[in-house]
Write a protein that binds this ligand. Sequence first.
Ligand SMILES: *Cc1c(COP(=O)(O)O)cnc(C)c1O
Length: 389
Amino acid sequence: MKFNTKAIHYGAIHDKQFGAHVSPLYQTSTFVFDDCAQGGDRFAGRDSGYKYTRLGNPNTNEVAARVAALDETDAGLYTSTGMSAVSTALLGLLKAGDHFIASDCLYGGTVAVINKVITQYGIEMEYVKVNDEDAFRNAFRPNTKVVYIETPANPTLELIDIEMAAKIAHEHGAALIVDNTFMTPYLQKPICLGADVAVYSVTKYINGHGDVVGGIITGKQAFIDKINNPHLLNLGGTGSPFDAWLVARGLKTLGLRMEKHCENAMSVARYLEKHPKVDRVYFPGLESFPQYALAQKQMKLFGGMIAFELKGGYEAGEKLLNHLELISLAVSLGGVDSLIQHPASMTHAAVPPEEKVKAGITDGLVRISVGIEDIEDLIADLDNGFKYV
Ligand SMILES: *Cc1c(COP(=O)(O)O)cnc(C)c1O
């Protein structure tokens, strides 16, 4: 099956009792056993039937397995949020005494969970410019167990060569985790490029409609098993069946939506690049993007996220953002409607100032998540906003 067919059909639940065409919603916390022997068999793992929704549910399993299939890998886990996917994957593959390497430009919540939680448990780490191969190789220690990267990075869109990162991580006996939220399996397949685990905030493109927070972890079976049991099952980051059911609905149109996001973002990036009040545009699809060649190599298309710097810095950005009408001033991304925000004071407010400088998150940086509205209306809204700058 090809991508869109899988996104619609893979693992769909066919209801034998009523013949419902769409996977039914199993909004239940627990499951009834026929008898004590069956209950015992389920808890002992001799019977794979359902027991209790924290430990597994048809809707959460359906959508996680489908995203794993789209990633062309073995298995998936559904989690309550993207941060639950990130933290459970890290805690699942690391223990006290281990060391890990993370790329130096990451989602603000990921930096916060690393700095404030994970490193409080005897796990050591270092932020490294993974693209700098020498710096990356030098960061490994005998106890380095994981390399964690995000590409394109949030918010600067800097890319990391996944094949290179996987090769070097594996040479050192470390696993590679890739946050693939910005790309989705439609645009980039981390496991096919050599990674062991991919994490997603399905809050973003995978659900795509701005009405759910959720996460998914996909990857090779041995890694997924370890992250699931004992970690996800006991830490309890399992997501809700209803949210998973909505995500499965959104996922059906992922391919179509991503095509339109990419097309619109390319038009907005070209518009911004030509705009006299804009200093720099960061978009992997522009020939001026320093890693344009890498973008063409590992991404099918260039995504829907753009960052740009205004000549007038923060004050100019504030005027623009306060005068947009169609494009909403809000964090989050990847929904059908366009959103704009200021990373330094919003999504990345938790990143310490020196790490912000290293990651290129300046006060003048603005991030836009380009939706799938008609492009003429998006440009008209930006044109109107720029009048106040
Ligand atoms: C939003 C986001 C997350 C966290 O996801 P939540 O669903 O908000 O918990 C992690 N990584 C990236 C790249 C994100 O954009």
